[in-house]
Design a binder for this molecule. Structure first.
Ligand SMILES: [Zn+2]
Length: 233
């Protein structure tokens, strides 16, 4: 095999390896994400706390309502019971009474929205819990699949890497070093073909002198674009 052919073959292998490596990373990433379960659990917990808080708030409002009702009733008994005749005292109780009634009305108004918020949080929690259960079930199966996939892709990758290293060992050191440097700097393309006098890497038509040089060379030569080695092989 000519050096050019060996390099092109090595490049095919290296490109295939890069794809395998990408597949492997994707599997790893998906495994790490745990199917979005951690975020879902966190969300579930947040909504659970929200539901609890709105229930506590509703209970607090209800007990305040009962307290204010008692207070209003007590003040009314004093106001209309006829036992108090002192005008200043009556005026003071009247003021207290209207303040208590205002508070009562406010608390009464706040109860419905608090109950709605609690109910909303409860429904949200129910929905999320159901989603969590479903996703946990799906993830169990996917997790097994992914672990198998990881082993499969990893094994394939290692086998291919052995082949690659065997291939590379056949290539003269200087050529390999040049190839490796270009493969890394040029996004996985180091060697490109010249077809009908045009570099397939940069689409530039080569000068005649350059083509002659290429034909006389025993391996690929650098293209004027500087990004790749070219060959007619
Ligand atoms: Zn070129």
């Amino acid at each position: 095999m000519t050096i050019a052919k060996s390099l092109l073959s090595l490049q095919d292998t290296d490109q295939a390896l890069a794809l395998r490596r990408r597949d492997y990373r994707q599997v790893e990433q998906e495994l790490k994400s745990e199917g979005g379960l951690p975020e879902l659990r966190e969300n579930c917990e947040k909504v659970r706390v929200m539901e609890l808080e709105s229930k506590v708030e509703t209970a607090r409002l209800e007990s305040e309502l009962a307290m204010l009702k008692g207070k209003v009733a007590e003040l009314e008994t004093r106001l209309y019971g006829g036992a108090i005749t002192n005008v200043r005292e009556l005026t003071a109780i009247e003021t207290e009474h209207s303040a208590a009634r205002r508070n009562l009305a406010q608390v009464e108004e706040s109860i419905a929205p608090a109950e709605i918020a609690a109910e909303h949080a409860r429904q949200q929690f129910e929905g999320l819990t159901q989603e969590l259960t479903e996703k946990e079930g799906l993830w169990k199966a996917r997790n097994i699949e992914l672990r198998q996939e990881k082993v499969r892709v990893g094994t394939e990758y290692n086998k291919m890497l052995e082949l690659r290293n065997a291939e590379a060992s056949e290539i003269p050191e200087d050529d390999l070093a040049r190839y490796t440097r270009l493969f890394r700097s040029n996004r996985g393309v180091a060697v490109v073909r010249v077809e009908r006098g045009v570099c397939q890497g940069c689409a530039v038509r080569l000068p005649v002198g350059e083509l002659t040089r290429l034909r006389n060379a025993d391996g690929p030569i650098p293209c004027s674009c500087g990004r790749a080695l070219i060959t007619e092989a």
